[in-house]
Design a protein around this ligand. Structure first.
Ligand code: UDX
Length: 442
């Protein structure tokens, strides 16, 4: 079997590589020559645990290829996956220009039946536009080549994308034809040996499923963050409350961790896009509007704790910041809460020395010399007025507090992810500010 994957971002690269792992021939296409050159020279442009191994193995086997030539990639292909970006445009709706340009190019070059499956997260109704774009191009060429469109949303998480792809909870596919179902079933069967389902549905429902899933998850996070803030006011402990509610199987204990707000390339964009789609169709998604508002506010919560600890006097102070990526195991800093905390600290006249296990290059690219970068987490703390933890990387979980005591000017920690034990820090006479729990004063 042979497939093409258009777009070598997170979704495209992980999907293409993992499909190749099952023995399928995969051609990955991107317009970015630099990216393709890197991939043809053994370099992966993103950091994703486990990807390197599978990539190398399948490139060596000759099953995984990279090119800028979309037209050539279509030769003998049974399915094309569109996995190009859909950045939000000014009004928050997803910009479809890349998706539709790819659809057109497919229409201009296809010469046999294929399934054109959209993997990018696209607004409800996009597959119809993809179909129209292809049909228009076929018409221009005056040819009648059969094809099917499908919506195949991707639910993988950054940091565990390979694992998620190889062992999915479910595969969602929206199609209009049995022929397309057959192709997709063959492709995905090897990933569903664990008995998890492949869910076929109509195209609009598949497109909606992706947005509804991400919006539901974002809602859980804003909900728990809002309750965490109330816990602080009332003297309750969000960690106990989280466990208390999470033991009810109807609620479940996953994805209920309070923090500094959700970031990343999906939740902020998808929540915004769904609000927008609903508004355009005369329906106000009031819950999601609140989810967004709460999340914006949450990104500043840690800064407010710092500000009030120092009674607003942050001029000339320097803070050690641990974790820049929007979550562990990725170098992605899109919509990262760290950016908000850094911006606010700088505005207040403070300086920041940061460390992140993998996102330092990305941070340098975004922040330039606005902040300084340390070679490790301890170096960041030398003579700092306090430590601010933003991303819960495993290696930050058990630091040597004795060393921190020696390095920091003041035994002071602001923990945006509740990874430390307040009673341990109390014993060590640290001042400790978690989220939604009582702070500890030395
Ligand atoms: C998300 C979805 O999980 C995935 O299914 C979809 O395909 C893309 O969007 P991702 O953005 O990679 O994946 O990250 P995820 O692990 O879901 O975390 C998103 C954000 O929520 C992060 O900023 C994370 O820190 C935050 N989060 C997550 C919380 O604040 N609390 C939680 O309990 C869980």
């Amino acid at each position: 079997m042979k497939i093409s994957v258009i777009g070598t971002g997170y979704v495209g690269l992980v999907s293409g590589t993992c499909f190749a792992e099952t023995g399928v021939d995969v051609v990955c296409v991107d317009v970015d020559q630099r990216k393709i050159d890197m991939l043809n020279n053994g370099q992966i442009p993103i950091y994703e645990p486990g990807l390197d191994d599978i990539y190398k193995r399948n490139v060596e086997k000759g099953r995984l290829k990279f090119t800028t030539g979309l037209a050539d990639s279509l030769q003998d292909t049974e399915a094309v996956f569109i996995a190009v970006g859909t950045p939000p445009d000014e009004d928050g709706s997803a910009d479809l220009k890349y998706v539709l340009a790819v659809a057109r190019e497919i229409g201009q070059n296809m010469d046999h039946y294929m399934v054109v499956a959209t993997k990018s997260t696209v607004p409800v109704g996009t597959s119809v536009k993809v179909k129209e774009a292809i049909l228009e191009e076929l018409k221009k060429r005056k040819v009648d080549i059969p094809f099917d469109v499908a919506s195949n949303p991707e639910f993988l998480k950054e940091g565990s994308a390979v694992e998620d792809f190889l062992r999915p909870d479910r595969i969602v596919i929206g199609t209009e034809s049995e022929k397309a179902q057959k192709v997709m079933k063959r492709l995905y069967k090897p990933f569903l040996l664990n008995g998890h389902p492949i869910l076929f549905m109509d195209i609009t429902s598949a497109e909606m499923t992706k947005y509804a899933a991400n919006s539901m998850l974002a809602t859980r996070i804003s909900f728990i963050n809002d309750i965490a803030n109330l816990c602080e006011i009332m003297g309750a402990d969000i960690d106990a409350v989280r466990k208390g509610i999470g033991s009810d199987p109807r609620i479940g204990n996953k994805f209920l961790y309070p923090g500094t707000g959700y970031g990343g390339s999906c939740f902020p964009k998808d929540v915004q896009a769904l609000i927008r789609t609903a508004d355009e169709h005369g329906h106000s998604l009031d819950i999601l509007k609140a989810v967004e508002k709460v999340n914006d506010r949450q990104k500043s919560v840690l800064f407010h704790k710092i500000y009030s600890h120092f009674n607003g006097d942050l001029k000339g102070r320097r803070f050690a910041l641990w974790g820049l990526a929007f979550k562990p195991k990725t170098d992605d800093m899109r919509e990262a809460p760290s950016l908000v905390v850094i911006e606010k600290l700088l505005q207040a006249g403070a300086t920041v020395t940061a460390y992140d296990p993998v996102a330092m290059d990305e941070a340098r690219r975004i922040l330039g010399d606005k902040i300084t970068f340390a070679k490790d987490e301890y170096e960041a703390c030398i003579d700092a007025d306090g430590l601010v933890l933003i991303t819960e990387w495993p290696e930050f979980r058990l630091p040597n507090f004795k060393v921190l005591e020696r390095l920091l000017k003041d035994k002071l920690i602001f923990d945006g992810r509740n990874i430390y034990d307040p009673s341990e820090l109390q014993e060590l006479s640290f001042t400790y500010y978690p989220i939604g729990r009582k702070s500890v004063k030395s």
